[in-house]
Write a protein that binds this ligand. Sequence first.
Ligand code: ADP
Ligand code: ASP
Ligand code: MG
Length: 425
Amino acid sequence: MALIVQKFGGSSVADAESIKRVAKRIVETRKAGNDVVVAVSAMGDTTDELIDLAHEVTPLPDPREMDMLLTTGERISMALLAMAIKSMGVEARSYTGSQAGMITDAQHGSARIVDVTPVRLREALDDGAIVIVAGFQGFNRDTKDITTLGRGGSDTTAVALAAALGADVCEIYTDVDGIFTADPRVVPKAHKIDRVTSEEMLELAAAGAKVLYIRAVEYARRHGVTLHVRSSFNNNEGTWVVESIDGPNEGDTVEEPIITGVAGDLNEAKITVVGVPDVPGKAAEIFTIVAQTGANIDMIVQNVSAAATGLTDISFTLPKSEGEKVLTALRAGQGSAGFQSLQYDDQIGKLAVVGAGMRTSAGVSAQLFRALSDAGINIEMISTSEIRISVVTRADTLNEAMRVVHTAFGLDGEAEAVVYAGTGR
Ligand code: ADP
Ligand code: ASP
Ligand code: MG
């Protein structure tokens, strides 16, 4: 008997009909002779709607109360899903994150899992029940408070359950057929990838491909959990996230491409620290201030200092949601750090091309920059890692940039990609 963890995202459980459809699928897996543990997201855009509601009440909602609010979304779907399964004559029990033993640190809004104690889940499995767990939530032992794992965190719940229970596979069900060479909502010619390495998936997720949450990919990699991303709307074979690709699969006719995928991100902003004295220690001082806010910064660029003034500019990107707190912290530190002013730009887009084949190929950057320049798209910042090149563009050119780059690297598929549901929010 296998143990299968299945995760259903919001667009797969958006209404009562969808919940019944998903329930049927779960029951089929159970009836095929497997133990089944399910992590479920909030219905449709519930989480976004709850966030909007909170901001109507107050511009800066209290983080603890925000987590109390947002975790209700997953409680609704877990209970409805368990009801739907029971009505089909199969035993099912739903559990909140804390009942399921998802122990996290105390960081509201982006808590990390520190332990999983699935005692009640094992008991339920031993009783022959299907287990339904509310995704995206946990519990901190010190504060005794409910936490959330960050947007997209139900993926992490599923992976953590799979690791703790020793599941054979963790299936991530969503509204597209698997992991594509780019977001099919933006690049209709994107095609599904059969297998992707966890290393590449980490880079794609970090660059904005929200089909898998980055922390879930990290967790799966660390704990050796096998991930299979598939559509909840059909039985098509999805995408396997694998440790390595050792040469072609039987049936593969082409060589591995240099670029595996293109990702885009419109949730980032750029801060420029203007007029920084070009002396040792200033970057350390500035980024210590930034680090103390806990913000996740990405690209950093420092200009050559002007000879006449000995001053330089330092720019970096970070999530828009963290812009305000970082600006506030930098303003407070301006006196000691000694820079002249701050600029904030939230109209940027970040594009990344990712591929393990880049390690052994020359000229990938040149090809990327050429494709963008042919389309008249200006590049504002560049950064590279071993298997990724990222550039910053204007926000309103990002989607076009993704399409032209996808074409330039020969990734366009023959048929138009299908998106089965969801609003793309
Ligand atoms: P869920 O609600 O199931 O968690 P998400 O909206 O979080 O779904 O993730 C699925 C969406 O991710 C797809 O509908 C698609 O628009 C987007 N996406 C972005 N990049 C990719 C990619 N490379 N492959 C597939 N989907 C992607
Ligand atoms: N409902 C949460 C969100 O929208 C968690 C998830 O769906 O993964 O981010
Ligand atoms: Mg998701």
